[in-house]
Design a protein around this ligand. Structure first.
Ligand code: COI
Length: 351
């Protein structure tokens, strides 16, 4: 792989005040798809792109991305969490949007090289990490609705703190009763750009009412809970950890899958199933819904303290992080940061 190092290092931000997705490292990886094949990837200094105003992605949204993280421990050892799963998911998203697949093993090796070059950008304070954003866009400089012939794949790196400003403070979520995110057969299970654009209006309206996010209902009956857009959802009901089944409209989260596997190994009953809004509300009324939390690469494990549904706020677990949520947070972040043994083979060494 060709590597061109920057001659002008960027100024580092205050690592104690990172927030999410505001700063980018010195280098990026780029790879072009021309004449029916991916060309050799290159590492270059982080820079703006020059794109034709007619570029496919800017008009027809032929664009996908993913998100994963690298961690550095106190001894300077750098690791990635489940990168093969993320790159496989990129290929699933690519297939849905008629985009060419990438070579997963090769890309993980190229990513490791990029991270080694920008290793001094990985924050080490608790709760911080290096967020990795692989992206693929249709890049024909031409109008007309059809799959592009040229593509651009790139990876940028961003040192991050927690996704939600409140950190581990339980979030307030509102069930979205008017708009839908994705119907079955749509693009809901692909990590494509349009899904996020489609979620903005409902999110803004919810924010104005004082809620952090919306909980989407299914696109057909408006009856079953699905996901939160930035997180998959889990409800602890009658002692069982339940999450909406992957019916085709929900993103197959890697952290979601990690939660399920950790629960199974720890002997915590866990179930993937259809969960209706009514069932959630009944469990809240009966006092059998003890915890709710979201999972995601950016969000990690995020407790939900308030669920607004059918005109009123329902407080969950006294608006505090519950026992199972804490256990899963400690276990998954423990494996990610190398504090706990990796019983699942999820960690990939970078150096
Ligand atoms: C992630 O969790 O990595 C995502 O891409 C979600 C996004 C809202 C930041």
């Amino acid at each position: 792989m060709k590597v061109t190092l920057t001659t002008q290092k960027r100024e580092k931000p205050d690592f104690a005040k990172l927030g999410f997705g505001r700063y980018f490292t010195d280098h990026m990886l780029v790879m072009e798809y021309n004449d029916g094949a991916w060309q050799e990837p290159e590492i270059i200094p982080y820079n703006d792109f020059r794109l034709s105003p007619a570029t496919t992605v800017l008009h027809y949204g032929q664009g996908i991305f993913d998100g994963l993280k690298a961690y550095k421990n106190a001894e300077g050892k750098i690791t990635l969490f489940r990168p093969y799963d993320n790159f496989n998911r990129i290929n699933n998203s690519a297939r849905r949007l008629c985009m060419p697949p990438i070579d997963v093993n090769k890309m993980v090796e190229c990513l490791k090289e990029l991270i080694r070059i920008d290793a001094d950008w990985i924050p080490t304070a608790p709760g911080t990490s290096l967020y990795i954003r692989p992206t693929m866009i249709g890049a024909d400089p031409q109008l007309g609705v059809h799959p592009a012939h040229h593509y651009l794949f790139y990876i940028i790196l961003s040192p991050v703190g927690s996704y939600y400003a409140g950190g581990l403070k339980p979030t307030k979520i509102m069930v979205e009763e008017q708009y839908v995110r994705a119907p079955i057969g749509g693009t809901g299970e692909a990590k494509c750009m349009g899904n996020y654009a489609a979620s903005l209006l409902a999110g803004e309206l919810a924010n104005k009412k004082g809620y952090d996010q919306v909980l989407w209902l299914d696109g057909k009956e408006h009856k079953y809970v699905e996901e939160v857009g930035s997180m998959n959802m889990f409800f602890v009901m009658d002692g069982v950890v339940r999450t909406p089944a992957l019916v085709g409209s929900i993103l197959p989260g890697i952290t979601r899958d990690s939660v399920i596997k950790v629960c199974k190994k720890a002997g915590i009953p866990v179930e993937e199933c259809r969960i209706s809004e009514d069932e959630v509300l009944e469990a809240l009324e009966r006092g059998t819904l003890s915890e709710a939390f979201g999972s995601g690469t950016a969000a990690v494990i995020s407790p939900v303290g308030v669920l607004h549904a059918k005109g009123r706020d329902h407080i969950i677990n006294n608006n505090e992080m519950g026992k199972i949520t804490s256990f899963l947070y400690d276990k998954i972040t423990g494996i990610q940061y190398g504090r706990l043994p990796d019983e699942f083979g999820w960690i990939v060494k970078v150096n």
